[in-house]
Each structure stands twice: as structure tokens, then as C-alpha cells.
Design a protein around this ligand. Structure first.
Ligand SMILES: Cc1cc2nc3c(=O)[nH]c(=O)nc-3n(C[C@H](O)[C@H](O)[C@H](O)COP(=O)(O)OP(=O)(O)OC[C@H]3O[C@@H](n4cnc5c(N)ncnc54)[C@H](O)[C@@H]3O)c2cc1C
Ligand SMILES: *[C@@H]1O[C@H](CO)[C@@H](O)[C@H](O)[C@H]1NC(C)=O
Ligand SMILES: *[C@@H]1O[C@H](CO)[C@@H](O)[C@H](O)[C@H]1NC(C)=O
Ligand SMILES: *[C@@H]1O[C@H](CO)[C@@H](O)[C@H](O)[C@H]1NC(C)=O
Ligand SMILES: *[C@@H]1O[C@H](CO)[C@@H](O)[C@H](O)[C@H]1NC(C)=O
Length: 505
């Protein structure tokens, strides 16, 4: 082929145009092995991963493909609300970063709104006193961080921003139709070896390396990670960077509840939501084609259906999900690793501000309490919640009034512990989540492709577990399934994508 760089600009553009046309023509003539589009696709799980993959699969394969989405429990999965006094409150995934572009797109597409922000101050508690308090005055906050921690704060910001900036390349790649067949390739294309390594080491190591002090890590970083992951510094560097980005502010949530994105996407795609527990997937070959039989259980009994493509959009490491694989040769191996339990308690009551050193409840200024790693503490974080629907006249409760609080802890709170945090309370609702991977428990990243047309969306959680990561994985799986189905191999695992997307039309 002639060296592209020697051609005059006009013909270079023409050349690019012709290749695009050529690719389009090739795409409309599917290879003999896969004549025509797939007939039926199954998605297992109706959380944000399953709902968004259903949407993206339909976007790519077209509306004629039948989409069945299996859900054993409630649509939304780890996005859920509980009701207190006729108002709903987020009990699972709560906040979304402003640069989470897929989530932003979904909200726009579905005509949903961002929930109005209600100001509230944060502070970090070490079991005896507050080690860091937010004030009303932005400059004073900065000054305090500077005074206490010197350059650490700036270095942290620069590190997080660099990771975010590189991570955001994924949107460009995906807009151009590129997919990755495994997580290492995906990470490598975004941030090279460094990104891959960041899933294999702890966040503290990376931070110390860029010059953040141990004191800053112990006081501040640990508190943020305990609030978001419940497991402090054993979070990997990549997952850590993502949740530290959230601590910089610019967070939002969906008016009416984040789970509305899941139900909205499923309604939009007109997918069949089947209330059933998938128990097994078996492989079948007929007339040179591969089919997957999905076996499920409902209240009425067992059943099964055949599919061309299956996407598993739930954690396979969670033993409770217990999906078995039959007839695969070689067999699909068990995935190592365990999930971390987080208990969410939604409590309607009067805060015991004395416990936090404020004998007069009227003077208690904080809405979000983070904690340091102290064995004396039996909770990770506490937040004064606003309902998912906020009217124009809504105001946060005064500290001496009864309010709805969310407490995150590793174990269910015992009565005497509740009595320490609250002077008295009207109600307590408890939700135990298999929340996040225990990042210490597995040494390598699980696969995305389990078999030819069988995909594992939630392997991404071992990079980072968040709503946006689920949506990123969903777009990747949809593109991968599409590119593989039509044998468009130039769109899979391409090197040097930064350069490619710049020169493409
Ligand atoms: C307490 C908490 C706080 C969080 N905070 C945030 C946050 O602030 N921001 C953020 O971005 N993320 C947050 N997260 C993480 C976020 O909620 C998850 O990463 C995300 O919701 C995962 O979505 P998913 O669709 O991948 O999985 P899930 O939501 O778990 O969905 C899987 C679905 O599959 C169903 N299922 C499982 N097995 C079967 C089966 N055999 N048959 C049929 N159906 C099955 C389940 O019932 C479930 O509905 C938080 C999570 C928790 C628990
Ligand atoms: C990644 O880790 C490997 C092994 O731990 C190391 O040899 C390599 O230098 C690291 N690469 C980067 C870019 O940090
Ligand atoms: C809450 O907000 C959602 C989304 O805007 C809306 O559909 C719903 O009706 C609202 N509910 C209440 C009780 O206002
Ligand atoms: C998982 O499913 C298999 C087969 O359906 C069953 O034998 C086994 O007891 C189940 N395990 C759990 C932990 O539910
Ligand atoms: C509140 O906190 C104080 C100080 O820790 C403690 O003595 C008291 O028992 C707690 N509970 C109530 C109900 O006041």
C-alpha cells in the first residue's frame, strides 16, 4: 500500500472515505458462517449492566432481534430504594460522576432529570474526634488541606485527573465501534502497562509513589475508600483512583431514583423481562451452528430457551447466583475471588450528636460522616439522606430534628450500636449487599468472552465496580458481540487506537 503520509491531503481524505465505504459494504454481506442477524439474545440480570447491554445490543443489531432479560429479583439490582414515610431513599449505588458519559446519555435519552443538589458538609471522624472538617468557605478548606498535608493534596488531584483523562478515551473508541475481547487489552489501550498494573497493586503503593504522604493516606484516602468500598487501602490503584475522582465533587443522582435508568432502558428496548432464576447454561451444536440453552426456574417450575448469544450481567463469583455451565469442552472454569459484604441500614431517627462531641444537637454541622481505619469504630460511613424526589421547597432537616440516615457497616448494627449513634429512632431498614469484589481475593482479571457468543459483562467489576463501569462494559460487550457476529475483526483489540480514531472520519 502507498504510504498514506505522502498523498496530498485531498486524496488522503478520499482514501479514508473509500475505506469507510468499503468497510460498510463488507458489513452488509455477512460471512457464510453467520448468515443474517442473530435471532434471539439472552441477558441474565436486569441491573444497570443488563439493562444497558440490552439497549446497546438493540442499537447495534437492530430492533428485529428478540431480547430476553432474566431477572430473579427486582429490576435495578444493586440500584434500589427503600421507603420511609412515603418517600424513597437510595439504599444501593447512590452517586454518579459528572464525567460518567454513558450514564449522562441514558438520563437524557430517557427524559429523566438530575436530582437537585442539597448542600451538606462532610467530616472525617476517627472514633474520638474529627480529623478533618469541611467549612462553608472553599478557600479555607483548601488552606486546611494545604496546612495539614502540604503537597499531598495537589499530587493526589494530579494523579486522579491523569487517570480520568486517559480513562475517558474509552468513549471515543466506543463511538468509533472498537471493542476489546479482554480487560487487559481494554486497559492497555487506555493507559498502557500502567493501567494494567494498576489493577494488580494497591492504591497506597501508587499514591506513595507519586509523593502522597502516609499521613494523608491514613487520614483522608482511607476515609474516602472506607465510605465507597468499605475496605480501605486494599482497594486496587485503579478502583481507588475512580472512587477518589468521586470525592472531588461533581456528583449527581437521578431524580426519582437511579434504578429508573434500568427500568427505563428495558422499556425503551421493549425487551421481554422474564421473572426467573437462571440455573444453568448448556451448549448445543446443530447444523454447524452454536446455540446456548438457558435453563431457568420460576415459581411455576423449570423451563428453558435457546439463544444465539448470551450475556451474563451478574457476578459469577457470588456463590448465591450459582449458574452452572454444561457441555462446554473445555469446561468453563470456576472464577476465583469473593465478594465483600456491605450492610446498609436506613434509619429514621434523632442523631446522638454527643457521640460526635456535640452535646447540643442544634450545633451539629455535618451531613456526611466518613471514618478512619479504627478498630473501635463499628461503621464505615454515615449520611444524612435526601429523598430521591426533591421538590423545589425541600430543605435538609435541622440537626436536632428526626432525619433519615444511611449507615454503612461491615456487619449488621446491633441494638446497642444503634443506641450509640441515635438518641432514639422510629425505624431501621437493613439491606445486606454482596457489594464489591474483595480486591485482595483474586490475582488476575476474569475473562469477558466465556465461549464464542457467551459473554461475561461483570468481569469489569474486578477493574472497578460502579454504574458507569457496568455501562462501559455493556457497550463493549455489545460492540464485541456485533463485530464478532459479522466477523469485523478490524474493530477488535486494535493497537494504537488514539492514532486511529484521530485519522478516521
Ligand atoms: C451499598 C452500595 C453503594 C454503592 N455506591 C455506588 C455509587 O455511589 N456509585 C456507583 O457508581 N456505584 C456504586 N455502587 C456499585 C453499583 O451499585 C454497582 O456496580 C452496579 O449497580 C452493578 O450493576 P450490575 O448490573 O453490574 O449488577 P447488579 O446490579 O448486581 O445486577 C445483577 C442482577 O442480576 C440478577 N441475577 C443474579 N443472578 C441471577 C440469576 N441466576 N438469574 C436471574 N437473575 C439473576 C440480580 O438479581 C441482579 O438484579 C454501590 C454498590 C453498593 C452495594
Ligand atoms: C508493571 O508491573 C510489572 C511487574 O510487576 C513491572 O515489571 C513493570 O515495569 C510494570 N510496568 C509499569 C509501566 O509500571
Ligand atoms: C419522582 O420523580 C420521578 C422522575 O422524575 C417521577 O416519575 C415520579 O413521579 C416522582 N415521584 C413523586 C412521588 O414525585
Ligand atoms: C448450585 O446448583 C447446583 C446444581 O443446580 C446444586 O447442586 C448446588 O447445591 C447449588 N449450590 C448452591 C450453593 O446453591
Ligand atoms: C450518646 O452518646 C454519648 C456519648 O458517647 C453516650 O454516653 C450515650 O450513651 C449515647 N446514647 C444516647 C441515647 O444518648
Amino acid at each position: 500500500m502507498a504510504d498514506l503520509h505522502q498523498l496530498p491531503r485531498a486524496s488522503r481524505v478520499l482514501f479514508c472515505f473509500l475505506t469507510v465505504v468499503a468497510v460498510r459494504v463488507m458489513r452488509t454481506e455477512p460471512s457464510a458462517a453467520t448468515a443474517g442477524p442473530p435471532g434471539k439474545i439472552a441477558v441474565i440480570g436486569a441491573g444497570i449492566g443488563g439493562a444497558s447491554v440490552a439497549h446497546f445490543l438493540q442499537q447495534h443489531f437492530g430492533p428485529q432481534v428478540q431480547l430476553d432479560v432474566y431477572e430473579k429479583d427486582a429490576v435495578g439490582g444493586r440500584l434500589a430504594t427503600v421507603t420511609v414515610n412515603k418517600q424513597q431513599y437510595e439504599s444501593g449505588g447512590a452517586s454518579i460522576h459528572s464525567l460518567n458519559l454513558h450514564m449522562q446519555d441514558f438520563v437524557k435519552l430517557l427524559g429523566l432529570k438530575h436530582r437537585r443538589e442539597v448542600a451538606g458538609k462532610s467530616a472525617i471522624f476517627n472514633g474520638e474526634q474529627f480529623v478533618l472538617e469541611e467549612t462553608d468557605w472553599y478557600l479555607l478548606n483548601l488552606f486546611r488541606l494545604w496546612w495539614h498535608y502540604g503537597m499531598s493534596f495537589l499530587r493526589l488531584q494530579m494523579w486522579v485527573e491523569e487517570v480520568m483523562e486517559k480513562f475517558m478515551r474509552i468513549y471515543k473508541y466506543q463511538a468509533h465501534g472498537y471493542a476489546f475481547s479482554n480487560l487487559e487489552e481494554l486497559l492497555h489501550s487506555l493507559g498502557g502497562d500502567t493501567f494494567v498494573n494498576m489493577t494488580q497493586r494497591f492504591v497506597a503503593e501508587s499514591l506513595l509513589e507519586v509523593g502522597v504522604t502516609q499521613r494523608f493516606i491514613d487520614d483522608v484516602i482511607v476515609a474516602i475508600l472506607r465510605a465507597s468500598y468499605g475496605q480501605s487501602v486494599v482497594v486496587t490503584a485503579f478502583a481507588g483512583a475512580m472512587s477518589l475522582a468521586g470525592a472531588q465533587g461533581n456528583m449527581w443522582a437521578v431524580e426519582g431514583g437511579n434504578k429508573l435508568v434500568c427500568s427505563g432502558l428495558l422499556k425503551l428496548t421493549k425487551a421481554n423481562v422474564i421473572q426467573a432464576t437462571v440455573i444453568a447454561i448448556s451448549l448445543h451444536n446443530a447444523e454447524g451452528k452454536t446455540f446456548y440453552q438457558v435453563h431457568y426456574e420460576t415459581e411455576e417450575g423449570q423451563g428453558s430457551s435457546f439463544y444465539d448469544i448470551v450475556v451474563i450481567a451478574t457476578q459469577l463469583q457470588d456463590r448465591k447466583n450459582n449458574i452452572t455451565f454444561q457441555n462446554f469442552d473445555p469446561p468453563i472454569a470456576e472464577f476465583p475471588g469473593t465478594f465483600h459484604t456491605i450492610v446498609t441500614s436506613i434509619i429514621h431517627g434523632y442523631l446522638n450528636s454527643s457521640y460526635f462531641g456535640f452535646p447540643d444537637p442544634k450545633l451539629f454541622p455535618f451531613a456526611n460522616l466518613l471514618t478512619t481505619d479504627t478498630s473501635a469504630l463499628f461503621f464505615n460511613s454515615m449520611d444524612n439522606l435526601c429523598p430521591v424526589n426533591i421538590s423545589g421547597t425541600f430543605r435538609r432537616k435541622q440537626p436536632q430534628e428526626a432525619a433519615v440516615w444511611r449507615v454503612h457497616s461491615l456487619h449488621p448494627l446491633e441494638k446497642h450500636q444503634l443506641k450509640i449513634l441515635f438518641r432514639s429512632y422510629y425505624s431501621v431498614q437493613v439491606k445486606e449487599w454482596q457489594a464489591y469484589p474483595d480486591y485482595e481475593s483474586a490475582k488476575s482479571l476474569p475473562p469477558i468472552v466465556l465461549h464464542d457468543n457467551l459473554y461475561y459483562l461483570n468481569s469489569i467489576e474486578w477493574v472497578t465496580s460502579s454504574m458507569e463501569m457496568a455501562a462501559v462494559a455493556a457497550k463493549n460487550v455489545a460492540l464485541l458481540a456485533y463485530n464478532l457476529w459479522y466477523q469485523d475483526l478490524d474493530k477488535i483489540d486494535q493497537k494504537d487506537l488514539m492514532h486511529k480514531v484521530k485519522t478516521e472520519l
